[in-house]
Design a protein around this ligand. Structure first.
Ligand code: HEC
Ligand code: HEC
Ligand code: HEC
Ligand code: HEC
Ligand code: HEC
Ligand code: HEC
Ligand code: HEC
Length: 291
């Protein structure tokens, strides 16, 4: 059960976002609007909706005491309708045994919810709290909520840039361990931002000054203000290429479409050949040293 270890690190109980909101109301108000908070919801028809709909929603339902079905049709924002779920061969869907050794269906719930999911008397999976809420990043906080102190709650602000990669990587996928090969030519892997970001010269050579948190507010979905970040370190980049006033990220973090309906910004910040022969949005021309 290595995959769930990160949820069990603290012996403290989980309190739930509602209890955090009593004292941290401003953060709670913005966080509850995020795609993180809405990453999982139970519909009236008892189907679980995975994904906030930023790009797609995949439905999952319990079939019987031992089986879950991942539906073959997902909803896509880009088309506004249903189409084949990524990885599926047909519309009939894919079934999973609830207690399979790989625990694949349980793992869906782990990354899309907070706290430890339970299996109830009807052998149905019940997330402790749907969506990615406070304690997914701050650790279990019941002791802190009862007697607030800095010592009894985790604050990722104290983490190094490498540790932030690892924390976000618990769900967004871990940067590759030394000696482990990643297939950077598989466009589906671009979804795994820490994996790509950890290869960037910007990350590797900026002495810990660049992490996910420079560009992303952990409590809001606001459109990333990446340009200002780029300019903070590259005040006057040297270009032979005509850059006009296109956004830096359009060339240096190009959007990759693993399917026509999904797109992800390549977090391996670098120089890409965007068009013509040899065009490749998956790997930069020059490559960082890796990790
Ligand atoms: C009863 C009020 C109260 C509740 C409930 C509460 N907090 Fe706090 N929290 C505080 C106070 C007060 C501080 C500042 C403590 C200090 O500076 O000594 C704080 C600080 C923090 C910090 C910053 C710690 C640091 O190292 O700087 C985080 C993160 C945090 N709370 C998260 C949470 C989470 C998550 C929950 C819900 C599980 C929660 N809080 C529930 C009152 C509360
Ligand atoms: C418990 C798992 C989990 C953790 C931990 C986590 N995320 Fe996420 N994150 C998700 C899921 C699931 C989504 C997809 C939400 C959706 O359905 O659109 C997501 C989506 C996002 C998005 C896209 C938001 C949008 O505008 O659509 C960003 C940015 C993001 N995460 C950044 C982070 C960062 C930075 C960290 C670390 C500080 C982090 N995440 C930690 C699970 C997690
Ligand atoms: C290791 C953690 C993890 C597991 C396991 C996981 N997800 Fe996710 N899921 C994420 C993260 C992180 C995102 C956000 C990815 C992004 O947008 O970059 C996400 C996004 C999604 C989305 C939104 C579309 C997209 O690709 O952004 C859907 C739908 C989804 N997951 C469904 C599922 C289903 C169904 C399962 C189980 C079969 C599952 N997930 C298992 C972490 C996970
Ligand atoms: C995706 C991960 C994530 C989630 C979910 C999350 N936080 Fe945070 N939180 C962080 C990070 C990262 C920081 C440090 C921010 C920084 O350094 O700018 C932080 C900082 C804080 C702080 C300290 C603020 C300060 O100014 O020092 C408090 C309090 C807090 N979070 C409360 C909450 C509460 C309450 C929720 C739920 C409503 C929540 N967080 C959800 C990642 C998260
Ligand atoms: C915290 C500082 C920092 C930030 C923020 C930053 N970079 Fe960098 N970047 C660096 C450093 C350091 C290097 C390595 C320079 C060297 O090798 O001399 C680098 C290298 C690069 C390179 C050359 C890549 C290569 O593989 O040699 C490009 C292109 C680049 N950055 C673009 C960007 C863009 C675009 C942004 C914004 C999305 C950005 N950087 C944000 C620090 C940063
Ligand atoms: C230099 C700035 C920068 C850094 C650092 C950064 N991101 Fe992003 N991220 C972006 C940009 C730009 C987008 C494109 C969406 C937008 O413009 O809002 C994005 C989009 C995302 C998305 C939405 C799906 C996608 O891939 O387009 C997720 C999830 C995400 N980032 C997670 C992370 C995580 C996790 C980290 C740390 C490992 C991280 N980001 C580091 C700039 C950054
Ligand atoms: C139209 C695409 C495009 C845009 C927009 C763009 N760049 Fe570049 N950039 C390139 C190319 C291509 C190179 C490789 C050198 C060249 O041909 O000029 C490069 C090179 C770089 C380098 C590396 C220079 C070196 O010394 O190796 C940095 C740093 C950089 N750009 C930063 C930025 C920043 C910051 C922005 C936004 C203000 C930006 N770029 C906007 C295409 C672009």
């Amino acid at each position: 059960m290595v995959a769930v270890a990160f949820l069990l690190l603290t012996a403290q109980d989980f309190a739930g976002a509602r209890s955090c909101a009593v004292c941290h109301s401003e953060i709670a108000t913005t966080q509850e609007q995020t795609h993180h908070a809405k990453a999982l919801a139970l519909g009236k028809d008892l189907r679980w909706a995975f994904g906030a709909g930023a790009q797609a929603i995949t439905y999952v339902s319990q079939v019987d005491e031992d089986t879950y079905l991942e539906h073959g049709q997902s909803w896509y924002k880009k088309s506004g309708g249903l189409a084949l779920t990524p990885g599926h061969q047909g519309p009939e869907g894919v079934t999973y045994k609830t207690f399979a050794p790989d625990a694949n269906i349980l793992r869906c719930f782990q990354c899309h919810s907070t706290g430890k999911p339970r299996i109830n008397a009807a052998r149905a999976i019940e997330p402790a709290e749907a969506g990615v809420r406070c304690e997914a990043c701050h650790g279990a906080g019941a002791d802190h909520a009862a007697a607030p102190a800095r010592e009894n709650i985790q604050n990722p602000r104290r983490l190094t840039a490498t540790q932030v990669n690892d924390q976000c990587g618990q769900c967004h996928r871990m940067p590759p361990a030394k000696g482990v090969a990643t297939n950077f030519e598989n466009p589906w892997n671009v979804r795994h931002q820490p994996v790509y970001f950890s290869q960037s010269a910007c990350f590797l050579k900026s002495e810990g000054k660049l992490s996910c948190l420079n560009c992303h507010n952990p409590h809001e979905d606001t459109k990333v203000a990446a340009e200002a970040q780029c300019l903070a370190c590259h005040a006057k980049p040297k270009h032979q290429t005509v850059v006009s006033n296109k956004p830096c990220v359009s060339c240096h973090m190009p959007v990759v479409n693993p399917s026509p309906l999904l797109g992800f910004a390549n977090h391996w910040i670098g120089v890409y050949r965007l068009t013509g022969p040899g065009a490749n949005l998956l790997r930069p021309l020059k490559q960082g040293t890796g990790r």
